[in-house]
Design a protein around this ligand. Structure first.
Ligand SMILES: *[C@@H]1O[C@H](CO)[C@@H](O)[C@H](O)[C@H]1NC(C)=O
Ligand SMILES: *[C@@H]1O[C@H](CO)[C@@H](O)[C@H](O)[C@H]1NC(C)=O
Ligand SMILES: *[C@@H]1O[C@H](CO)[C@@H](O)[C@H](O)[C@H]1NC(C)=O
Ligand SMILES: *[C@@H]1O[C@H](CO)[C@@H](O)[C@H](O)[C@H]1NC(C)=O
Ligand SMILES: *[C@@H]1O[C@H](CO)[C@@H](O)[C@H](O)[C@H]1NC(C)=O
Length: 430
C-alpha cells in the first residue's frame, strides 16, 4: 500500500471503526508468507519489549497503548515483535498466578518509585487497573493492534526477565543458568495457546539470539546438532498447541547465521540435515536473522554476507542450489536515530536491499525508554552495545529507539519520515 493510501485508510478507519480485517492465520508458500486469502504478507514492523524486569510492555507511563500503536500505524507498519520472558509464564504456572502490573512495578522498581510509575501508567492508560495483570496488558496491546490491523509476532526473548543479550547473562543457550529447557518449551506452548484469543496473532520466534554461553553445559553443547534437536522439538510442541501459528527459527552466534539450513548442509558428523519437507508443518516454518553490522562500508559486501548467512533460503532461481526454500525475516537491525546515520551505508543498504529481495523485517526498536534496564530506572534508549565474544569484540553497535524518551514523538523525525517510511513503503508495495 502506498503512503497516501495508508493515510486515507487510517482516516476512514478512525471514522468508521469495524473489526480487524487481517486475514489470519498466516502460512508459508515457498519463499512467501501468505495470509488466509493467499495474498503475500511482508512484515514491516518494530520491536516492542515486554521482557525486561517488570515484564510489562514498555512506555505505558508515558503514552497510551492506542497512541503508540497509532504512531506505528501512521508509518504504515503492519507488525509488532512483542517480546516476552519465560519467567512470566513460570510465575503464572508455578508461583500462584500472574502478578498485577502494580505489584510487578513494586518488585522491579521498589515501592516508592514503583508507585510513581504506577500512577503515571494509570494516568496514561486508565484501562489498566489495580487488578490488571501483566499478561492482560499483553492482551490490551494485542487488541489495540488488532483494531489497527497490525500483526502480533511473539518473541521468546529471554528466560530470566532482563536486558538481553550476552554470553554471561545466563539466558544464552539451552541449559544455561536460567535457560531451563522444559520450562522454555512449556512457556512457548502456554503463550501460543493464549494467543489464540488474539485475532491478529500471527507468529512466534522460538528463541531470540542463541549464542555460546560463557559456561558450557555438557548436556547441551554449543553445536548445530543441539540447535536442531531443541528447535525442532519445540516447533513440534508449539505446532501441536497452536496449529495456526507461524514458527520462526533463529540461528547461531546471536542469530547472525543460519548458513547450513537453506543449503541443507550436514549439521553434525552423523550427517543430520535440516530437511524442510520432512516436517508435517513445513508450511509454518520461517527463518529469522539479525544484523547490526553498522560499520559496513559496502552494501554489496553486506548483502552478500546476509545472503550466505541465510537469506539464500529465498533463492528460487532455476540455478539455485538451495535445498530448503523458506521465507526469511530480518527481525532485528538498527542504528543510531540521529539526523545523519539513516543516510549511511548500513541504513541505506538495508532500506533498499531488504525490500528488493522481498523480505520482511522488524527494526530495533520502538522504545523510548525502559521502566528499568540493567539496574537503571527510566533508562533512555540510547546506547552503545559491545558484544564481546571470548575477548574478541565482534560487533560494535550504536543505535537507539524510534521514539524519544517520553514516547511523545519520533526521536529523529528525519530518520523515520525520510528513512524508515521509505523502507515500509517499498516493502508493502510488493
Ligand atoms: C507474491 O509476490 C511475488 C512478487 O511480486 C509474486 O511473484 C507472487 O505471485 C505473489 N504471490 C501472490 C500469491 O500474490
Ligand atoms: C528511585 O528513582 C530515583 C531517581 O528518580 C533514583 O535515584 C533512586 O535510586 C530510585 N530508587 C530505587 C530504590 O531504586
Ligand atoms: C527429505 O524428506 C522427504 C520427506 O520425508 C524425503 O522424501 C526426502 O528424501 C528427504 N530428503 C533428504 C535430502 O533427506
Ligand atoms: C527488542 O528489545 C529488546 C530489549 O527488550 C532488545 O534486546 C532487542 O534487541 C529488541 N529487538 C528488536 C527487534 O527491536
Ligand atoms: C517529551 O519530550 C520532548 C522532547 O524531549 C519534550 O519536548 C516534551 O516537552 C516532553 N513532553 C512531556 C509531556 O514531557
Amino acid at each position: 500500500m502506498r503512503a497516501s493510501a495508508v493515510l486515507l485508510f487510517s482516516v476512514i478507519w478512525h471514522v468508521l471503526p469495524t473489526s480487524a480485517s487481517l486475514n489470519t492465520p498466516l502460512s508459508v508458500s515457498g519463499r512467501w508468507i501468505v495470509d488466509s486469502t493467499g495474498a503475500n504478507v511482508t512484515y514491516a514492523g518494530t520491536n516492542w519489549s515486554g521482557d525486561l524486569r517488570a515484564m510489562i510492555p514498555e512506555g505505558l507511563q508515558y503514552a497510551s497503548i492506542s497512541s503508540t500503536v497509532s504512531k506505528i500505524k501512521s508509518l504504515g507498519m503492519n507488525a509488532i515483535r512483542l517480546t516476552f520472558a519465560t519467567e512470566m509464564v513460570d510465575d503464572i504456572l508455578d508461583n500462584g498466578g500472574d502478578v498485577t502490573v502494580k505489584e510487578s512495578l513494586d518488585i522491579a522498581l521498589g515501592s516508592v518509585n514503583g508507585s510513581k510509575v504506577w500512577d503515571d501508567i494509570q494516568a496514561m492508560n486508565p484501562q489498566i487497573t489495580e487488578s490488571t495483570t501483566r499478561l492482560q496488558v499483553f492482551d490490551m496491546l494485542a487488541a489495540e493492534c488488532a483494531a489497527q490491523d497490525i500483526y502480533i509476532h511473539l518473541d521468546n526473548h529471554v528466560s530470566k526477565a532482563e536486558w538481553c543479550c550476552s554470553e554471561t547473562d545466563g539466558n544464552a543457550w539451552w541449559g544455561d543458568t536460567y535457560f531451563d529447557v522444559p520450562k522454555w518449551k512449556r512457556g512457548l506452548e502456554y503463550m501460543v495457546e493464549h494467543a489464540k484469543t488474539w485475532p491478529n496473532y500471527a507468529s512466534i520466534g522460538l528463541r531470540n539470539e542463541p549464542r555460546q554461553p560463557e559456561v558450557a553445559n555438557a548436556e547441551y553443547p554449543y553445536t548445530w546438532q543441539t540447535w536442531y534437536e531443541q528447535m525442532t522439538d519445540a516447533a513440534r510442541l508449539v505446532h501441536a498447541a497452536n496449529a495456526d501459528t507461524l514458527i520462526f527459527l533463529a540461528g547461531l552466534d546471536y542469530d547472525t547465521t543460519l548458513a547450513p539450513i537453506p543449503t541443507g548442509a550436514a549439521l553434525d558428523s552423523a550427517g543430520t540435515v535440516f530437511n524442510l519437507s520432512s516436517f508435517a508443518f513445513a508450511d509454518k516454518l520461517v527463518l529469522e536473522i539479525h544484523n547490526y553490522d553498522t560499520s559496513a562500508t559496502s552494501c554489496a559486501t553486506l548483502a552478500s554476507e546476509l545472503w550466505s548467512d541465510g537469506f539464500d533460503a529465498l533463492d528460487t532461481t532455476d540455478s539455485s542450489a538451495i535445498a530448503n526454500v523458506m521465507p526469511v525475516v530480518l527481525t532485528e537491525f538498527g542504528f543510531l536515530q540521529d539526523s545523519t546515520t539513516w543516510e549511511g551505508v548500513y541504513a541505506t543498504c538495508l532500506r533498499d536491499w531488504i525490500p528488493q529481495i522481498h523480505a520482511g523485517w522488524t527494526v530495533w526498536t520502538l522504545a523510548g525508554s525502559y521502566y528499568i534496564r540493567e539496574g537503571i530506572e527510566d533508562y533512555d534508549e540510547t546506547w552503545v552495545r559491545t558484544i564481546v565474544r571470548f575477548t574478541l569484540i565482534k560487533y560494535y553497535i550504536l543505535t537507539a529507539g524510534m521514539l524519544n524518551h517520553n514516547w511523545s514523538d519520533w526521536r529523529s523525525p528525519d530518520a523515520i519520515v525520510e528513512g524508515l517510511a521509505i523502507m515500509i513503503d517499498s516493502s508493502s508495495t510488493i
